[in-house]
Ligand binder design. Sequence first.
Ligand code: GLV
Ligand code: MN
Ligand code: MN
Length: 392
Amino acid sequence: MSEKVFSALWAEIESIGRVSSGGYMRYALDAPELVLRDWFRNQADRRDMPVTDDGNGNLFAWWGEPWGRGAVLTGSHFDSVPHGGGYDGPLGIVSAFLAVDQLRAAGHTPEVPLAVVAFVEEEGGRFGLPCLGSRLLSGAIDPAKAAALTDRDGVTFGEALGATPAGALPGLTNRIGALVELHIEQGRQLEVPVGVASAIWPHGRWRFDFTGHGDHAGTTRMADRRDPMLTFAYTVLAANKEARLAGAHATMARVEVEPNATNAIPSLVRGWLDARAADTGTMDSVVEAVVKRATERAGRDGTEVAVTAESLSAEVTFDTALASRLSAMLGDAPILPTGAGHDAGVLSAQVPTAMLFVRNPTGISHSPAEHAEPADCAAGVDALATVVRELT
Ligand code: GLV
Ligand code: MN
Ligand code: MN
């Protein structure tokens, strides 16, 4: 694939949802993401690929019989984290359409249906639960529970979707033969244009509600304060320290404060912990240690802390035989793990899945600075076309 062909299609979506930070605000089922979903339908039309919706917000563009037995799916997601990069997700969808073009130009006729897929709400940026679309499709979440998830404005997922989600696809394991998700690599680990994923670290999100006593910043004696901001601040540091000690990752990057006034001691601080590790035991023990330290500190601060597990994504080992096969097809492409979550990881519990990674020169992701070179993206399309040709 020429860089020029890749760049031409990429240019069609590059400005959609881009804001002044240089990053993207592409929340699931919000205006820019709806534009991208229209773009998806147009791309499918251009290629005579009928589009189906699984009733969960996931879109599928078909080459061959929709949901015929043993279909091969390839794609990713359109949504971004707030001010995230443009490649995380959309690169997999753009590459999938270009791989279809390449296979058609080469005269390939798939023996099983092939679908380009766009999963909804992969980041959990809007409704809080990552990989919501693939969890619904695979029956990993109750549709009523998914429907009730709310965004920051109180809009539910069910309202945004316009219906209660349909939930698990009947006969999923027979209908999907394999899923291959191409994605930008996110950790400075890949020194050649394309690699293959081996595993995803287990990860999860925990909400910490720190409550104290709201009062006047000028008149409340220091000794009399019950300030939840102090407990929160201590917890941020404790999370960092526990993760370092365990060789894990812990991040507290989202916070809400009430009343959020310069001259008032807060009554509530709500912070989210994102914790990840190479194995579940390590992740669990980091979270346990952070909760213990936060609770002890709350005792000293005269505050209270309540912890809610909002999401858990189990440890994933991708189908080892499939990963080795892909690596061999691609001339011994490196096989590497990642600490980032993906829809392919969720579906791997039920169907054979694999991921291709495209080199990220800085490793930066979930940031406006995320970048991939067009030549590497074009190599990614070639690799995806090779893999999909073999699998169909
Ligand atoms: C999604 O990209 C995640 O790993 O949080
Ligand atoms: Mn992401
Ligand atoms: Mn992604």
